[in-house]
Each structure stands twice: as structure tokens, then as C-alpha cells.
Design a protein around this ligand. Sequence first.
Ligand code: HEM
Length: 205
Amino acid sequence: MSNFVNHIRPRQVPGRVLSVFYTFCLGGLSFLAFIILGITGLLLMFHYLPGENTGFSSVLTLGSVLPYGGLLRNLHYWSAQIMVVTVNLHMLRVVWTHSYKPPRQLNWLVGVGLLILVLVLDFTGFLLVGSQESGAAATVAVNILKLIPGLGPGLAQIFLGRPSALSGSTLAVYVWHCVGLPFAALFLQFYHFWRIRRDGGVRPL
Ligand code: HEM
């Protein structure tokens, strides 16, 4: 445990790893967006009601009736879009500087896991809006999952519940979006940060 803490919060950081023009701080900006998403998401949970009939109306009430509700929703939405952009740019930077090569190959795979989690979080967030578009998107997702032989229908039920074609908002999507996926992403991010130092810092050796 002390080893983990030492890596997350080191006493000394070599000056060479602080060069902004090497990383453009894209990983750090992704993490900042993640923190803003966590805080605004938690506040949104106080008012959002998942469900075919309640999802969309609670989003509308949130944006128009609740004081600062529109600001809260916009902060959450735009932080999510910014995170998708910064994570992709961060991955491009890693490719550009060949940082996916040994000894960082495992952290590259952790990064791929994070990219998938961020995209699925963005998608499930869109489903939670509960609009007709989100209902159509949920229907497409259910049909894709059902294509997996044998396991498909069960997986669709576990991950998406039973969304209607008119609203993608279900309790299953809500729990994945607010609990399962964010905590999985949080855990992977701390492992990602720990590995950066274990692999010798951000610069190629
Ligand atoms: C939630 C998403 C992510 C966060 C918060 C994150 C965060 C970070 C941070 C803070 C760094 C230190 C250097 C920098 O800021 O660029 C870093 C390095 C690294 N990241 Fe990520 N990252 C994420 C996603 C990814 C993805 C999608 C990949 C690739 C598939 C990836 C692969 C790597 C690798 C290989 C390094 C080491 C780079 C080097 O040594 O130069 N990360 N990450």
C-alpha cells in the first residue's frame, strides 16, 4: 500500500517529465474532466429519475425549473464531450511519441480499456436523456448485443434492461452509468497513473 501511495504522490518529480510540450497535459486534462463529471453527475443524481416515463421529463425539469440545473447539465454534458476529445488526442500523442512500446505496453492496454469505458459512459449518458433519439440508440445497442450467439439476449438485459423504442432510460443503464462504469474507470485510472511511474515516467527511456 505504501508503495502505491508513493507512486501516486511522489516526493520528487524529475523536471524532464514536466515538459508541457511533450504530453500537452492531455492525460491530466482527461482526468480533470473526469473529476468534473463525477461532481456534476453526483449532483444530477439528486433530481434525475430513470425510467421510460420519468427520464426525459426529469431532464426537462432539471434544465428549466431547478435553479442552476441548466448550468449543471451543460457542465456535465460538455465535460463528457471534452473528455472524449482529450482522451483520443492523448492516445494519438502516445502513438506519436511511440510510448506504447515496451516497457509501456501494459499501460497502453490499460489505456485501451479506459478509452472503451469513456465511450460507453458517453453512450449510456446519451441513453439516460430518455429522448426518442436515445430510444432509437438503445434499440440499436440491444439488437447488436443480441447478435452475440447464445449470450446476447442475456447480456442485453443485464447491460440495458428493457429500453423502449421511445426512451433509452432504464434502471439498468442508470446504475451502469452512475456506479458500475465510473468506479471501474476510477480504478483503472489510478492503476494507469501508478504504472506510468513504474514504467519510468512519461518520457521514452
Ligand atoms: C480516462 C482516460 C485517460 C486518462 C485520465 C489518462 C491519463 C494519463 C496521464 C495523466 C498520463 C501522463 C502523461 C500525459 O498526461 O500524457 C498518461 C500517460 C499514458 N497513457 Fe493515458 N490516460 C487515459 C487514457 C489513455 C488511453 C486511451 C491510452 C491509449 C490507448 C493511454 C495510454 C497511455 C500511455 C502508454 C501513457 C504513458 C505515456 C508515456 O510514457 O509517454 N491512456 N495517461
